[in-house]
Design a protein around this ligand. Structure first.
Ligand code: AMP
Ligand code: ZN
Length: 142
């Protein structure tokens, strides 16, 4: 089944609870976050219940990312921020609170104080190279 009964985002997709919809097509749905960290904070979800990026079928990720781009451009045009972050959380350790995969579109203003930025400190290139090889092997066997 594509959608499940007890999921709040499935309920939003089905129209069982209200949302501030900004986009919908046959595979995707986008709406405003009701606890916005910034003016224009929006969420994009597939019309397919899957908890996270690990479980999401590729055929749903493609259209969902297409909708992310569409909504990001729309929010940019309307809000005219200084920048935009796309955020997607997986599991409690990453502060995921709704377990239906979703992408956050978060407009940014210089010095807005949001703490998802980090200082650029060069890594150990040898270590990065070795890790990249190992990850590439996992990616190839997906
Ligand atoms: P995350 O912490 O990445 O799982 O994000 C879940 C997001 O969903 C939070 O930013 C919430 O504010 C948002 N959210 C939860 N319930 C609703 C709702 N009914 N309508 C809109 N946004 C919601
Ligand atoms: Zn769901």
């Amino acid at each position: 089944m594509a959608l499940v009964d007890e999921c709040i985002f499935c309920k939003i997709i089905r129209g069982e609870i209200p949302s501030f919809k900004v986009w919908e097509d046959d595979k995707t749905f986008a709406f405003m976050d009701i606890n916005p960290v910034a003016k224009g904070h929006a969420l994009i979800v597939p019309k397919f219940h899957t908890p996270n990026i690990y479980e999401a079928p590729q055929e749903w990720l493609g259209p969902t990312l297409g909708a992310v781009g569409r909504v990001a451009r729309a929010v940019r045009d309307e809000v005219q921020p200084d920048g935009m972050n796309i955020l997607q959380a997986n599991d409690k350790g990453a502060a995921q609170s709704v377990f239906h995969i979703h992408f956050h579109v978060i407009p940014r203003i210089v010095d807005d104080g949001l703490t998802m930025n980090w200082d650029m400190v060069p890594g150990d290139m040898d270590e990065i190279d070795k890790l990249a090889e190992k990850i590439a092997a996992h990616t190839a066997s997906e």
